[in-house]
Design a protein around this ligand. Structure first.
Ligand code: MIC
Ligand code: SF4
Length: 755
């Protein structure tokens, strides 16, 4: 089935004219990213040479995707906009709420019972507003989108940071908070800071043990977790075209880990093959007809330095398999250096569990290459040393790999196949013994490896690698095993070497599936009733946040000065907390519980300035709220890195935090804070972070004349009677200042709807 073919044809019909107009306006050849951006400008926005990294521009994305853990908040917000139907094709995917414990079927059944209220809510609200609904078990949002909805040259947004996965099919696909999705579904434009452009030229060809995952692991090592902020990464070169479409998806997927706005690849044969294999020959034909517009201009790729803000070159023929981690996805170690790195850092080298799959790496190609290693276990008389698990990305992939005997082979090495869902990748892993908090090592083919993320144990060291390398390391049970050079001792005491992985890009017999898990919305959903019980623990209707009081903010207290890495996992933990994603007050009990307090190096332990006592962050903040006192959060670099979850912005908003002042922000989180009516500020002088003391009372000055580009003043009144006045920058444009004044973007939309 091809979804929304008319929409795709419409985009393609407009594209040549718009691309030509942009080329003329800019007076130069265009990158693919520019072609897609300029052909998706909001109606009435002039095609002009927008300053990258400076100008906000309004766009018209073609579609919206949401996953269950973020869709609840996005749709609770949409429900208050008074719209009858979504303005652009939109989908909901139930993938985040399934706990991996026993195996796929049993875990899925349990999830369906445990989450009945939430699934019913999502299914009925989707039905009401014309949204396609993918049931639990259908698969992970980004795989389902790649298989069904992504199309070359398209632009989409999704309420998940790994929406960027669709760049593998030549889209500009961007992760956003629910409030952004709500705007687009309500028929409004979507604003984005015109991204900078990073070009990555891939030379040579992947071979042997190296896979697309290693490209992005290497890139993460070069660019670090913030190097892609406010930039689109565009890949090109012979190495790009020689790689599979799903491999490109993997690379784009993990672009989220370098903070990139998105990543993309030009349309090529691999994409055409993938579209055809997934039942979308009509899309491939339509793309072929305008293919020169679906890739960068040849002049750009011939002289990339002239057109990109930064160019990186990677020779795939020489690229080594990498392992990134622990605790951060940009700590990249080539496998040949792992022995040394592990010894130096005292990382436990025994691999306890190898986990493959997830939205990053569960294509047919990935699984077929991993299975080629699993087969060698029996062939070479080996025994798998570590536990091994698989989370397929979609029911279509699961069904096909079962049909082709892959799951059988995996079960012979003792593997557990979990449900087609996020599972261990997002802490929905009921791992036996995790509560003992033992120091241990796992390797996985996911994308993130922040502390506690997979199993809640802060002492689990997680390393990210390709599915092939994960499988080899699980067989060896050893983090330092280099399959390119090392041998293993088999059950007979012989030394054996693993042959390099080999697999098929696409299934020779084609994909198959019995029930993909899709539920189409009612043609007319106006009669559908969406029920949210007032005593529900999992769902809560939203109330409008209060508007700004019109004055400077005086006498705020410091809630926490967070030290070091503070990702959205630290601000609003997932795992066991995912069940409260539709209930703002309940989920607020996890606010900042993972952040390290600068003053005592502890997590979830801050000083309550009213009593002088130390206590958990959420309870302390609730005490300030009860006393009617506003607070401030201080943060370090790349604050809010990681996910798109707007709960990390809504919880502080709900509990009465007024300002988040940090050294630098991750893009999605900064926008989420603005959307919810918070003040998101950065230190003009990063050293000023050191001036903030635990008992400070803080003023924010300059709000009555809050203007784009004009810094605000922060006065830190210290307990000894001295004070410091420092400057805080902000990146609010006029529209965003209106959100702040109104108490949140939703209040602005609502007031417009009432006019
Ligand atoms: C993640 O990978 O962290 C998540 C869970 O998919 C998040 C979304 C969420 O928190 O619901 C993301 O990446 O945006
Ligand atoms: Fe799910 Fe993990 Fe992918 Fe996020 S990164 S969508 S949690 S599989």
């Amino acid at each position: 089935m091809v979804f929304d073919l008319d929409l795709i044809k419409k985009v393609y019909a407009n594209m040549p004219v718009r691309v030509a107009a942009a080329r003329q306006a800019l007076g130069r050849p265009l990158t693919l990213s520019e072609k897609i951006l300029y052909s998706h400008l909001w109606e009435g926005v002039t095609i002009g040479d927008y300053a990258r990294g400076k100008d906000y521009v309004d766009f018209a994305p073609d579609r919206v995707a949401m996953q269950d853990a973020t869709a609840q908040m996005a749709l609770l917000q949409f429900d208050t906009t008074g719209r009858k139907k979504v303005a652009v094709p939109s989908t909901v995917h139930c993938d985040h709420l399934i706990v991996a414990k026993q195996e796929g079927k049993a875990d899925l059944n349990k999830a369906v019972t445990d989450n009945e209220e939430v699934y019913n809510f999502l299914s009925s609200i989707s039905n009401k507003y014309g949204i396609g609904f993918w049931k639990p078990g259908a698969g992970i949002i980004h795989q389902v989108v790649l298989e069904n909805y992504a199309f070359p040259g398209g632009m989409m947004i999704g309420t998940d940071s790994h929406t960027v996965n669709a760049g593998g099919l030549g889209m500009v696909a961007i992760g956003v908070g629910g409030a952004d999705a709500c705007d687009v579904m309500a028929g409004l434009s979507w604003e984005l800071l015109m991204p900078k452009l990073i070009g990555i030229k891939l030379k040579g060809k992947l071979n042997g043990w190296t896979s697309p995952k290693d490209v992005i692991l290497k890139v993460a090592g070069i660019l670090t977790v913030k190097g892609g902020t406010n930039a689109i990464v565009e890949y090109f070169g012979e190495g790009a075209t020689s790689m599979s479409c799903t491999g490109k998806g993997t690379i784009c997927n993990m672009g989220a880990e370098i903070g990139a706005t998105t990543s993309t690849f030009g349309y090529d044969e691999s994409m055409s093959r993938y579209l055809k294999a997934t039942g979308r020959a009509a899309v491939a034909d339509a793309a072929d007809a305008i293919k020169e517009h679906l890739t960068g201009d040849p002049e750009v790729y011939a002289n990339p330095e002239k057109y990109f803000d930064r160019v990186i070159e990677i020779d795939l023929s020489e690229l080594e398999p990498h392992l990134n981690g622990p605790f951060t996805p940009d700590l990249a170690t080539p496998i040949s250096q792992m022995k040394e790195a592990a010894a130096k850092n005292n990382w436990p080298t025994k691999v306890e569990v190898g986990l493959i799959g997830s939205c990053t790496n569960s294509s047919y190609e990935d699984i077929s290459r991993a299975v080629s290693l699993a087969r060698q276990v029996a062939q070479k008389g080996l025994k798998t040393k570590a536990e091994f698990t698989i989370t397929p990305g979609s029911e279509q992939v699961r069904y096909t790999i079962e049909r082709d005997g892959f799951l059988d082979t995996f079960s012979q090495i003792g593997a557990t196949v979990f449900a087609n869902a996020c599972g261990p990748c997002i802490g929905m892993w009921d791992r036996m013994g995790a509560e003992k908090q033992e120091r241990n090592t796992i390797v996985h083919s996911f994308n993130r490896n922040f502390a506690k993320r997979a199993d809640g144990n802060p002492n689990t060291l997680a390393f990210v690698a390709s599915p092939e390398l994960v499988t080899a390391l699980a067989i060896a049970g050893d983090l330092t095993f280099n399959p390119l050079t090392d041998t293993l001792i088999n059950e007979k005491g012989e030394q054996v070497k693993l042959d390099p992985p080999a697999g098929d890009e696409l299934p020779a017999k084609g994909f198959a599936v019995e029930d993909a898990g899709y539920q189409a919305p009612a043609a007319d959903g106006s009669g559908v009733v969406v029920d949210v019980k007032s005593d529900s623990k999992r769902l809560q209707l939203l109330y409008p946040f209060a508007a700004w009081e019109g004055t400077d903010l005086k006498d705020l207290r410091l809630l926490i000065k967070a030290k070091g890495k503070c990702t959205t996992d630290h601000i609003s933990m997932a795992g066991p907390w995912l069940k409260f994603r539709g209930h703002l007050d309940n989920i607020s009990n996890n606010m900042l519980i993972g952040a390290v307090n600068y003053f005592n190096e502890k997590t979830d332990n801050v000083k309550n300035q009213l009593t002088g006592e130390y206590g958990p962050v959420p309870a302390t903040q609730r005490a300030y709220k009860a006393a009617g006192i506003g607070t401030m959060v201080i943060g370090d670099e790349n604050y809010g890195e990681g996910s798109s979850r707007e709960h990390a912005a809504m919880e502080p908003r709900h509990l009465g935090v007024r300002v988040v002042l940090v050294k630098s922000f991750a893009r999605i989180h900064e926008t989420n804070l603005k959307k919810q009516g918070m003040l998101a500020l950065t230190f003009a002088n990063k050293e000023d972070y050191n001036l903030v003391q635990e008992d400070d009372r803080i003023d924010v000055i300059g709000l009555p004349s809050f203007t784009p580009g004009k810094p605000l003043q922060i006065v830190l009144h210290h307990v000894d009677g001295t004070s410091h006045t420092i400057e805080a920058n902000h990146s609010y444009n006029q529209q965003q200042i209106e959100w702040f004044k109104a108490g949140g973007a939703l209040n602005v939309i609502r007031s417009q709807a009432q006019k």
